[in-house]
Design a protein around this ligand. Structure first.
Ligand code: CUA
Length: 167
């Protein structure tokens, strides 16, 4: 078989790139221990209440230090559970002051959901059996809609909430 000079160059270039990329992935995965964010901590999806963060009384927002907050959420078809207020009504709006650091912790009881706070950089997959975490600084004021961006069934569009960042 005769290979043209340029074909040879491209073949070598292609092969070398492939080997290089595989080496980079291997280095990141096996040497640096990089893995999907949600694989850090597992949880029993049938019994999420057994985990401290997802006990009904611990859902919603909590100030843990000056300007630092944790928001615990349980996703299920078709609702985001942010806990209940004093009257026993489901909380749908999370309020944080501008510039605060917020750690979102979320898990799901059933299927895969996509937790996104539209207009911010909060956007993570929520998988049954895993806890997804993301910490960010809420830099801009406004009302940001929480949506589910992973089709999870007939009531997918009913999964929503609001994060209000005030001055
Ligand atoms: Cu939950 Cu779509």
């Amino acid at each position: 078989m005769h290979l043209h000079k340029y074909e040879k160059i491209w073949l070598i270039f292609g092969m070398a790139s492939l080997v290089l990329f595989l080496l980079i992935i291997g280095f990141a995965a096996f040497w640096k221990g990089t893995h999907p964010q949600s694989h850090i901590e597992t949880i029993d999806p049938q019994n999420v209440e057994a985990h401290d963060a997802f006990k009904p009384e611990n859902l919603g927002i909590r100030e843990v230090a000056d300007g630092k907050y944790i928001v615990n959420i349980v996703a299920s078809a078709f609702n985001y559970d942010f806990g209940k207020d004093k009257e026993g009504n489901a909380i749908k709006t999370i309020r944080v002051p501008k510039g605060s650091t917020v750690l979102y912790q979320i898990t799901t009881k059933d299927v895969v959901h996509g937790f996104q706070v539209a207009g911010t950089n909060v956007n993570m997959m929520v998988e049954p059996g895993h806890i997804s975490r993301y910490e960010t600084v809420m830099k801009n004021t406004g009302e940001f809609t929480v949506v589910c961006n992973e089709y999870c069934g007939i009531g997918h569009h009913q999964m929503f909430g609001t994060v209000e960042v005030y001055e």
